[in-house]
Design a protein around this ligand. Structure first.
Ligand code: SF4
Length: 692
């Protein structure tokens, strides 16, 4: 059976087949993302298909119960809260792990029928800055590129991305292309000498958070050396002069700000100025910042100014972290958008309400992730339904998040797993189907929609998320709009909505599937949206016609004033803590920890410290170290490495209460978000470290 790997945004195709009592999982040679290859996480998927730790029956107030009673209970809690406190007193917090069909139904219920836009998702933590920047520049949340561009470029710039570990199959594609093309250069911009940086032609270890200055400097440099595409700027963009005016005029200024040598800076700028085809490949290191949207726009500005967009091997390319972060965006999983990339404006509200035949549609954006949890803290949200995610570990300032979950009047959690850091606070636990049991679609980082297919029976009483939500919708009196019996019906409706009065005004359009049958859905092959009358076989590259989705069809430069991270109070020995994914684990380890082979890469929580700092702090290799700031503290084993710049340290994000009682990187991150996107600033936090 063909399916899609449930981990990262690369979205690799897999072939899964039952063998005796087990399942064999291999790469799908026909999938365009991976052509048969899998990274270590994907290759160990079969070991994660275990009943160990699974949630197998509904639980209400600590008592196992029937589905009927659990669903009645949930619906009653929603009804009471809405009647007493209004629709904004309830909320969904969703996940880039769930399928587009699940997302669609949740969004439809909350925004379309309950009348609140309090639907947000852990994808907010992953790529919302990239989304906000695309919308400012292009008028739409459009990822311009295709994975094939990674092979067609001459200059691959990875900024804020350790792709060798986080998007391994894409990284392998880049390295293979580099072997074939003697002109292919790889630049890595990362404060840490990561695995990716270690293999780059040039590594710029900039000071944490100085990326926008680096790209602003590049824009000014291109202007100085006469490498602007003036025709493209004049004909297809707005606001160039203002953007250029905001840029530093000397290399010295940029080098000092970013903490790198002028020679290295000049090398990078020269390579960009002279490359015919350049890609800026960016990820969480850019997005997870108090100015993530500005950083993304600084990158986009450079590609617009050099005309390096909409052409093979060129472009600003944001890479999603999760398997369905993009699918969630398409159906309206973010609190500030409507379904099918429509906005909360008069046109969007009118179209969606007519399509859903609802007169109770939400009229304004809802609360983004951090604001949503703050509203629970302030007792404004009374009923919170968390689906397929573990916010007690993954949200910043996790001690505060735990207190919020604990005080929530009614916390409902749908999950595959019985015991997570979040489920312990739930009033209601609903057993959801997991990978291998679910049926639906996901969209990866190059707009490719792929099927996840069920090849094993749901365990115990586990049910699909779309079914669970629809059953609650029926109990709330919206039965007519939620009569789904199969995921393909939801996909078909989603496709119809994407084409509804679209006429090319919106980028997301899969209207070619508006009459899809179950049989066609079952045999659906991976395909890149848009998929409509004009592009019946999908479209690899957007903006090849230099037409954008703004009112005047021109792209917008955004004038960027670089902003440094908001750091908590310092003392003379404090270090800046950076964090990110380890090579072999996924998110909060609820699935990957079941595969023994994946646990050997980082056997215990560790913190990477530069030997100079370790000496100053009297920390020896393998010491148990307490890392603390005003939020909390955490324990980890010291690893000394010159890959860390002095003054900085690094931890992986995966550890949590289930696996290491006192270790969690997010104990130490701040409850601060980018003001435009709402994406938290995970990456830079001051801490003190001492051996215990
Ligand atoms: Fe899965 Fe990502 Fe690895 Fe591909 S690269 S196998 S999608 S984890």
């Amino acid at each position: 059976m063909k399916s899609t790997c449930p981990y990262c945004g690369v979205g690799c195709g897999v072939l899964a087949k039952p063998v005796n009592d087990s399942v064999s999982v291999q790469g799908d040679a026909e999938h365009p993302a991976n052509a048969g290859k899998l990274c270590i996480k994907g290759s160990q998927l079969s070991s994660t298909l275990t009943s160990h730790g699974r949630l197998q029956a509904p639980v209400v107030e600590n008592q196992q119960t029937s589905w009927t009673q659990a669903l009645d209970y949930v619906a009653e809690k929603f009804r009471q809260s809405i009647e007493q406190y209004g629709p904004d007193s309830v909320a969904f917090y969703l996940s880039g792990q769930i399928l587009s069909e699940d997302y669609y139904v949740a969004n439809k219920l909350m925004k379309g029928f309950i009348g609140s836009a309090n639907v947000d998702t852990n994808s907010r933590l992953c790529m919302s800055s990239a989304v906000a920047a695309y919308k400012r520049a292009f008028g739409s949340d459009t990822v311009p590129n295709s994975y094939d561009d990674l092979e067609e470029t001459d200059l691959m710039i990875l900024i804020g991305s350790n792709a060798a570990w986080t998007h391994p199959i894409l990284y392998q594609r880049m390295r293979a292309a580099q072997k074939k093309n003697p002109h292919y250069k790889m630049v890595v911009i990362d404060p840490k000498r990561s695995a990716t940086a270690g293999e780059a032609d040039l590594h710029l270890a900039i000071k944490p958070g100085t990326d926008a200055m680096l790209y602003n400097g590049l824009l000014a440099y291109l202007a100085r050396v006469g490498k602007l595409d003036q025709t493209f700027i004049n004909q297809h963009t707005n606001n160039f002069e203002q953007a250029l005016e905001a840029c530093p005029q000397t290399l010295t200024e940029v080098a000092l700000f970013c903490g790198i040598s002028e020679n290295k800076l000049r090398q990078f700028y020269d390579w960009f100025a002279n490359a015919k085809r350049s890609i800026s490949f960016y990820s969480m290191g850019i997005n997870q910042s108090n100015s993530g949207t500005d950083k993304c726009n600084a990158i986009i500005n450079v590609h617009l100014a050099s005309g390096q967009i909409g052409k093979p091997g060129c472009g600003p390319y944001s890479i999603t972290g999760q398997p369905n972060a993009m699918g969630g965006r398409e159906v309206g999983g973010l609190a500030n958008t409507l379904a099918a990339h429509m906005e909360f404006d008069a046109t969007g509200i009118d179209k969606v309400s007519r399509f859903w035949r609802s007169n109770n549609i939400a009229k304004a954006p809802g609360l983004k992730a951090l604001d949503m949890f703050e509203a629970v803290e302030q007792d404004k949200i009374k009923v919170l339904w968390v689906i397929g995610t573990n916010p007690a570990v993954s949200l910043p300032d996790s001690d505060r998040i735990k207190r919020i979950l604990q005080q929530c009047e009614c916390l409902i959690v749908s999950d595959c797993m019985a015991e997570t850091d979040t489920t312990q606070y739930a009033d209601v636990l609903l057993p959801a189907t997991g990978w291998g049991e679910k049926n639906g679609t996901v969209t990866n980082a190059d707009r490719t929609i792929s099927r996840q297919r069920g090849f094993i029976q749901p365990l115990g009483q586990a049910r699909h998320d779309w079914w669970i939500i629809s059953e609650v919708a029926k109990r709330l009196g919206y039965g007519d709009a939620f009569q789904y019996e199969h995921a393909y019906e939801i996909f078909r409706e989603h496709a119809q909505l994407s084409g509804f009065e679209n006429n090319g005004s919106r980028d997301f359009d899969i209207s070619a599937f508006s009459n899809i049958t179950q049989q066609q859905y079952d045999s659906l092959k991976p395909i890149q949206w848009p998929v409509n009358e004009t592009y019946p076989s999908g479209k690899a590259r957007m903006f090849d016609d230099q037409q954008f989705f703004t009112a005047d069809k021109k792209a917008n430069f955004i004038a960027i004033t670089p902003k440094l991270p908001e750091l908590n109070a310092a003392d003379k020995n404090s270090l800046i803590l950076n964090n990110g994914r380890g090579r072999d684990q996924w998110h909060t380890m609820t699935r990957t920890s079941a595969a023994k082979k994946l646990n050997s890469h980082e056997l215990y929580p560790s913190v990477l410290i530069n030997p100079l700092d370790a000496k100053k702090l009297s920390i020896m290799a393998n010491d148990l170290v307490k890392i603390a700031n005003k939020n909390s503290n955490t324990l980890a084993i010291a690893k000394l490495s010159t890959s860390q710049s002095p003054g900085e340290c690094y931890m992986s994000i995966h550890w949590n209460q289930q696996f290491a009682n006192k270790t969690k990187a997010n104990n130490l991150t701040q409850f601060i978000a980018d003001p435009v996107s709402g994406q938290p600033q995970y990456k830079q936090n001051r801490v003190q470290a001492q051996a215990v």
